[in-house]
Ligand binder design. Structure first.
Ligand code: XIL
Length: 357
């Protein structure tokens, strides 16, 4: 028999607030969906932010603090403080925790890149075992592999010519999923990819290779459970709802579920004036989400940070993030003051309109 906890031992502090009844997650949850966003620990130090985040979100994913290079900047000296703080925040608000990413070519630590192949393999095995093992039972999903497909690299299998491929061989993606499963028997194991959403030649080629990779992994019984569609959309690129639905149906037919894992809209080609710009961002968001949420395999929508003030596009690290007119990008559902934008309304309406899961 399970002993009931004596009433007197119940903590007297009030729990921190979680998802609000009119927030995006509440809307999503009514349809069996989850809404969440990427988060960095420094955002939690902004006094107005943590509550706003928890009000809108039912899931938090690390913007970069769960990455290998961040955790193990020095070989063998892992620092889990930031990743643990994200996990603690999610637990304290009663929201899901998601991990990003066990293996990504851009976040392999410099010390590992120099190793010979056997030592590199051992380092990868240790990374996956330690990170997935540490959060096992707390992590709802892990991006096991991020961005492994790049047809432009010219390989017949479409795999990216990365340090992971060169050191581990083309079986590395499937192998990563087996390692992750051994360390965490429960988390949904996700293959996460960008540059697949639009009706362009490049995105189409990538989708073709990606489907082949996922098919091969399913055929080889690699424990992949979901595709993460990053959803870094570009307001100036064509989006074809019918074509996109067809792709999601093929993913679903492989027995996989789908997450929109990093949604934001690059507005660099839109007018600087805010009203039409926000309207166009909202319009693409709505068209993309309506088509996406039609597919019952889709389980979650996650934006890449929640407020314009934290957007990586705003930081302008990449040339394609910068606007020629110098206007400040507005890619996310909340503005700098955490006010709801037309993109927020578009996401809310897409959830309201979505079929039940
Ligand atoms: C971005 C972060 O938001 C930035 O802070 C960092 O400087 C670069 O990476 N695809 C991914 C994310 O999978 O990890 C990237 O995040 C955005 C593109």
């Amino acid at each position: 028999m399970i002993a009931r906890r004596p009433l007197l031992l119940t903590p007297l502090v009030t729990a921190a607030a979680g998802p609000a009844p009119d927030g995006l997650h509440a809307r999503a949850a009514r349809k069996g969906l989850t809404f969440g966003a990427a988060l960095a620990t420094r955002h939690l130090d902004e006094p107005d932010f943590a509550d706003a985040f928890a009000a809108e979100c039912g899931l938090a994913v690390g913007e970069f603090e769960q990455q290998w290079e961040r955790i193990e900047a020095r070989e063998g000296v892992p620092n889990w403080a930031a990743a643990d703080r994200l996990a603690g925040f999610a637990a304290s608000r009663g929201i899901l925790l998601r991990g990003h990413a066990l293996l990504w070519h851009q976040r392999v630590p410099p010390w590992a890149r120099e190793m010979d192949a056997p030592r590199f393999r051992a380092a990868v095995e240790r990374r996956v075992a330690e990170a997935a093992g540490r959060y096992a039972g707390r992590m709802s999903s892990w991006d096991v592999v991020n961005e492994a497909v790049r047809p432009d690299d010219g390989r017949p299998d479409g795999l990216r010519d990365s340090v992971l491929l060169r050191q581990l061989g083309p079986g590395w993606v499937a192998e990563a999923f087996r390692l992750a499963r051994a360390a965490d028997p429960r988390a949904t194991l996700v293959y996460n990819e960008f540059g697949i959403e639009h009706a362009t030649r490049g995105d189409r080629a990538k989708r073709r290779h990606l489907l082949r990779l996922l098919e091969a992994m399913r055929a080889a019984d690699a424990p992949v459970g979901a595709l993460g569609v990053q959803g870094h959309l570009h307001a100036h690129l064509p989006f074809d709802a019918a074509e996109w639905r067809g792709f999601l149906r093929e993913v679903e037919a492989l027995g996989l579920s789908v997450l929109v894992s990093e949604l934001d809209v690059n507005d660099r080609a839109l007018p600087a004036e805010i009203t039409p710009r926000d309207a166009a961002v909202a319009d693409l968001t709505r068209r993309f989400l309506d088509a996406t949420l039609d597919c019952r395999a889709v389980r979650a929508v996650i934006t890449w940070t929640l407020s314009d003030r934290h957007s990586w596009i705003r930081r302008g690290q990449e040339a394609h993030h910068r606007r020629a007119d110098g206007a400040v990008p507005r890619p996310l559902p909340l503005d700098d003051q955490l006010r709801r934008k037309p993109m927020w309304q578009a996401i809310a309406a897409a959830f309201d309109h979505a079929p039940n899961r």
